[in-house]
Write a protein that binds this ligand. Structure first.
Ligand code: UDP
Length: 383
């Protein structure tokens, strides 16, 4: 069978968008081939799942950032050239599926030459504070002009697209799904061993998961920790995926300044997130800006741990405050500290919230539902 879907993504590292696309592509099986614009662990992970994947380098297009105020002539030329390559690659397929904004721009430029419809899986909150006005306008204009459908990972993402001028009729909301299996197979002994290894001497552990970036709010979590008793430790899981080395150095300096360096454990990028979550008492999602979705929130729920999360963006569709998790205002370290202390003081309530979260995560945010949702949109377009 010839693959009907040519799927594109511009990054080589494993962010949330890539982890999600990995499950979607695996779910589509032989119906999808993948072309990436950068090499790295994402290509390797796709290959391990038996996917036909190749890298088409993006050249100067790689220098464009979310907050960029314009496209250099070099970047524009690189996008145009890459679109020509993508148009040729799309010949055997029926549809181009773009999993990132850069991938969508290239796909939109390729669409006419390829004579193939484009579906954009939008996983970002367009507009301020995440994207410059120019970036947002360019993406929305291209979407209204060239996208056959825009899949969004939450209603919040859909609303931001429409508020930025995107046409609502294009939008289909498909929630991200996360595989529950890795969370169900960790034994208590394994979780205990991780506790001792990662946070020696801790009586109570809270953990944050995500790439190191001001947006993800590790600085807020460290601040919160400094307001909690000395037997409470913080594990910071994640790496600066896009070169945010200064930010990482700043976090370490912050732990020294606040006198909590011995209680904050930087674990770097880990591929055993499920085990680490099971080894944790409370999962903290400290994003200082709204999240389009927030996979780590669902993962914390799947791990049967109470989640304290920033109540903004897509997270409000995942957690119902006080029932399936606890919501706090963005950037509010004191509120996080209070919420964590309250959960620690009331294990019965913590366990009830964790159980309700686990049930909801399994019911609403499964991989099968996500793959079915995406496939339905692709079928709607292919006809
Ligand atoms: N993650 C990981 N290893 C790490 C840190 C994070 O595998 O060391 C995963 C995390 O489990 C989640 C994803 O990266 O599945 C981040 O997704 P999220 O939606 O929270 O944020 P994004 O990176 O998409 O902005």
């Amino acid at each position: 069978m010839t693959a009907r879907v040519l799927a594109l993504d511009h990054v080589g590292v494993m962010g949330g968008a890539e982890l999600s696309m990995l499950d979607i592509i695996a779910g589509l099986g032989a119906d999808a081939t993948v072309r990436l614009f950068a090499d790295g662990p994402f290509r390797e992970a796709l290959e391990r799942r038996g996917v036909d994947v190749r890298v088409l380098p993006m050249g100067a297009l790689g220098d464009v950032r979310r907050e960029s105020r314009g496209l250099s002539p070099f970047a524009a030329l690189a996008a145009w050239r890459l679109a020509g390559v993508v148009a040729r690659e799309a010949a055997p397929a029926r549809l181009i599926y773009a999993n990132s904004q850069k991938a969508f721009i290239v796909a939109a430029l390729a669409a006419r030459r390829a004579a193939r419809p484009v579906v954009w899986h939008l996983r970002d909150l367009l507009g301020p504070p995440h994207f410059s006005a120019l970036n947002t306008r360019a993406a929305v204009t291209l979407a209204n002009w060239r996208a056959a459908r825009v899949i969004t990972n939450s209603q919040a993402t859909a609303d931001a697209f429409v508020a930025s001028g995107g046409e609502r009729r294009l939008v289909r909301v498909v929630y991200n799904g996360v595989d529950a299996a890795p969370f169900d197979t960790i034994t208590n002994e394994a979780a205990l061993a991780i506790r001792v290894e990662c946070a020696p001497g801790a009586a109570f552990i809270m953990s944050v998961f995500g790439r190191l970036h001001e947006w993800k709010g590790q600085q807020v979590a460290i601040d919160a920790l400094s307001q909690l008793p000395a037997d409470c430790h913080l594990c910071v899981v994640g790496a600066p995926l896009f070169g945010e080395r200064e930010f990482e150095a700043g976090l370490r300096a912050q732990t020294e300044r606040l006198g909590v360096a011995a209680r904050v454990h930087f674990l770097g990028f880990r591929s055993d997130v499920a085990a680490l979550m099971r080894a944790t008492d409370v999962i903290v999602h400290a994003s200082a800006l709204p999240e389009p979705f927030g996979r780590v929130v669902v993962e914390g729920m799947l791990a049967r741990r109470p989640v304290v999360a920033t109540g903004a963006g897509g997270v409000r569709e995942i957690i119902s405050d006080g029932e399936t998790g606890v919501l706090v205002p963005p950037g509010d370290a004191a509120a996080i500290a209070r919420a964590v202390a309250a959960l620690r003081a009331d294990p019965m309530r913590a366990s009830a919230i964790a159980q309700a979260g686990a049930t909801r995560a399994r019911r609403v945010f499964g991989v099968d539902a996500m793959v079915r949702g995406v496939r339905a949109v692709l079928d709607e377009v292919i006809g």
